[in-house]
Design a binder for this molecule. Structure first.
Ligand code: XMP
Length: 303
């Protein structure tokens, strides 16, 4: 593909679609939404970027996104829906219910912004793999959205014909820094899909801290993605066998090109020991399990 031509075509398509109207961008800081917003900015479109903090993001994610885009001269506003999201998920332990709840609260928030601002358009970085997985029956948070129900007239989606590795090429050509262009994918529903059973702040906090440690320790293997999931069932520790009060953290790192298939990484004993020590030090962790399951037959994420 000629990526320079792609950039020119998409800039033209975006400005034709929205003309001089304002656009709201759902900017998570992943490579897809970052490329979408930079394309729109370069197309000269009036874009307002919002980072939705729903409590399900990585550690210090808003600060990273805000500061990275500030260096590119792009402002990112914070929309805090932590209480709303965690409230909606409270008591929900059925894993099939969680994505639909997430989607409703997430797009509800964008619907409110769009209506408050009197805007018609929502810009988002949906890519080809999202569409493909949706077509295969996997619910994707950003595909098949009944936008009108949320008061959003139209979505602007310049990347639906690209896979992740192609989006990275476009990101580099647009001059995005490697912290963005080479960023590991992170799912729209965030840490929600790594939380087995009810999603609680305590479980999300553990995953968030565990993920920061695991990503650091595994970086030298250049994985496509690192996953830390948390169990629902509690287990014992040596301190008090009568009270199973510790979680199991499940660690997974995969190699992949486009997320359609993936190869689970088997860690060395040394790496396993080092990371286990860091994760146990978080407290509340009673077991650390490694999961090198390939896709297929597994999926990359847990839920
Ligand atoms: P799976 O688990 O299906 O994941 O093997 C493949 C890739 O998609 C990401 N993923 C999602 N991304 N919304 C997203 O934006 C979702 O609902 C979703 N589910 C999975 C996952 O992180 C991996 O990169």
């Amino acid at each position: 593909m000629d990526y320079t031509q792609f950039i020119d075509e998409q800039k033209k398509a975006i400005s034709e679609q929205v003309s001089d109207e304002k656009v709201i961008c759902a900017l998570s800081g992943g490579v897809d939404s970052s490329v979408a917003t930079v394309l729109a900015h370069r197309a000269g479109v009036n874009v307002e970027n919002y980072f939705i903090d729903d409590y399900l993001r990585k550690k210090e994610e808003y600060a990273f996104v805000r500061d990275t885009f500030a260096r590119l001269g792009i402002k990112v506003e914070l929309c805090d829906i932590q209480d709303e999201m965690m409230g909606a998920l409270e008591g929900v332990s059925d894993n099939t219910q969680k994505r639909p709840i997430f989607r409703k609260v997430f797009y509800g928030a964008f619907g409110r912004i769009v209506q408050e601002k009197g805007v018609k358009y929502l810009l988002q970085g949906t890519i080809k793999a999202d569409r493909k997985m949706f077509e295969r029956g996997q619910l994707q948070h950003n595909v098949g959205i009944p936008f009108q129900e949320y008061g959003i007239e139209q979505a602007v989606e310049p990347l639906t014909e690209l896979y992740k590795h192609e989006v990275r090429e476009v990101a580099k050509l647009l001059g995005l820094p490697p912290e963005i262009s080479e960023r590991a994918p992170f799912p729209g529903p965030g840490l929600l899909i790594r939380c087995l059973g009810e999603v609680t702040r305590e479980k999300v906090d553990l995953i968030r801290e565990g993920l920061a440690a695991a990503e650091e320790e595994l970086a030298y293997l250049n994985p496509f993605q690192v996953i830390v999931a948390v169990s629902d069932t509690l287990v014992c520790s040596m301190i008090d066998r009568a009270v199973p009060d510790k979680y199991m953290l499940i660690i997974r790192a995969v190699k992949s090109k486009d997320a359609m298939t993936a190869e689970g990484i088997v860690p060395s004993q040394e790496l396993k020991d080092r990371l286990e020590e860091r994760l146990m030090a978080l407290g509340k962790v009673g077991r650390v399990l490694w999961d090198p399951t390939n896709k297929p037959p597994g999926t990359i994420e847990y839920i």
